[in-house]
Design a protein around this ligand. Structure first.
Ligand code: ZN
Length: 111
């Protein structure tokens, strides 16, 4: 497996965890910042990114977009579409990174 695909899969795992975090906070009626996991491609990343649920929903509207800690950008597989200061919103580059992001999206399944 190429490193690009591995990084993309790592990001998909972080996104799955964030879906659970978001659901838990939504149920609790949480307001303000929620500690979301950095969705970068590093297998060992445990960085927490403070985001509101509204901000996270904005990222999740596009299956190729992820939220990262600003210092965790990997320019080979993604480009910045928004810089919020606390976090970056990035979009996967076309090809393997975008294809894996779309395949692994729990909200967009073909079958
Ligand atoms: Zn990270």
């Amino acid at each position: 497996m190429g490193w690009e695909k591995q990084a993309a899969l790592n990001e998909a795992v972080a996104r799955d965890l964030n879906e659970d975090i978001e659901a838990a906070h939504e149920e609790a009626g949480h307001e303000g910042y929620v500690p979301m996991l950095c969705e970068c491609g590093r297998a060992d990343c445990e960085h927490v990114v403070p985001m509101t649920l509204e901000e996270y929903e904005g990222v999740r509207e596009d299956p190729r977009r992820f939220a990262l800690a600003p210092e965790h950008l990997v320019v080979e597989i993604e480009r910045v579409v928004e810089d919020e200061g606390r976090f970056l919103v990035v979009e996967k580059r076309p090809g393997i990174p975008a294809a894996v992001a779309e395949e692994e999206d729990p909200r967009h399944t073909d079958d």
